[in-house]
Design a protein around this ligand. Sequence first.
Ligand SMILES: Nc1ncnc2c1ncn2[C@@H]1O[C@H](COP(=O)(O)OP(=O)(O)OP(=O)(O)O)[C@@H](O)[C@H]1O
Length: 377
Amino acid sequence: MASLRQGCGDLRGLVSTFTQSCQGSLNEARGQVSWALGALSVSEAGPQLPEKQQGPPPGCPGRILELKGNIRVLCRLRPGTPSSLVSSEPGLDGSVTTCYRGHRRRFRLDWVFPPDASQEEVFRELEPAVLSCLRGYSVCIFTYGQTGTGKTYSMEGPPEDPGIAPRALQSLFREMRTGGQHQVTLSMVEIYNEAVRDLLAPGPPERLAVRQGPAGQGGIQVAGLTYWDVPNLETLHQMLSLGRSNRATAATAMNQHSSRSHALVTLTLQAASSTRGSGTTGTLHLVDLAGSERAWKAGGVCRARGDPDDAQRLREARTINRSLLALGGVMTALRSRRAHVPFRDSQLTRLLQPALGPGATAVLLLQQGIPEQPGLV
Ligand SMILES: Nc1ncnc2c1ncn2[C@@H]1O[C@H](COP(=O)(O)OP(=O)(O)OP(=O)(O)O)[C@@H](O)[C@H]1O
């Protein structure tokens, strides 16, 4: 419990950091900064939040995810978060009261993974939701957090200790071997500076147009996006690694290999009619969101020197923050069950519209912790 206490308080840091980022760097964000609180549903406990499940016995992580129609907010703490910065007390109602650098605040989370949580423990919590795709559900898993807090580590992980995505795929294919025939289709895009690009296109990635589907059919269409039939796990891994190598990355002041784009992997699993779950089509979206660092930090002090690369980093940071604001606005609207959900506010939310709509399950994994350069937190 000590590590849990230590870690979840730093959530305040995430919200606070991002809020400051919006206030300091984005004039257009003024007045909307409350998104970070409402949208992530980690602020003052809101009535829409589902009840936190009973905690699992030690060594036996619980199955906390309901499989339909919910947004779940989990938090993972990066190793090395100093306990002097944070403290928190879990409440009976599932809320977490945190104290971050002396400011007390209540957050409510569905689960907190302490800094020593393994990749396997994290995935074990998500596995039931992942496998529900084989029964026709739509599931979307995000990693969100300041740059360098471990989003890609959690989603992809190093080869010797894979993260959510490789484990999810392995689990799905293992289940399909015993559960019957499915047709698996893959697409992979990145959103870089609000341009949607196909990471699996045979040629150089081009900007693709995102359109609303024809009336009555709903959905979103990405003109020219390639969809690939995936016969087996090995092919899938090869394609994902191709897509990853096409993803825009650039060194920033905060993370040498910082991802400057949002990456969306979409797997469609269509059950053959003779199998269980016959006729169903499930979808798994795995979303590695770009880091939400403060724009001025990403640009770095070199911005003053007029370095074109730094100007580019600054622009990237602004568009990233703007799209994360839009995502927050969508989440707020969904959780408040508002009639209007502003999906059209960014390419990210437009593309995710089918993944966040009625009946879908979204899991937001908040990454918290101290990036590699502690002075930046
Ligand atoms: N739980 C963890 N255990 C061990 N190492 C970790 C963990 N989380 C993150 N790291 C390490 O921290 C560094 C930064 O992590 P990562 O690249 O995943 O951050 P990120 O949030 O994806 O950053 P960006 O938004 O800039 O892409 C990496 O070297 C990664 O291996």
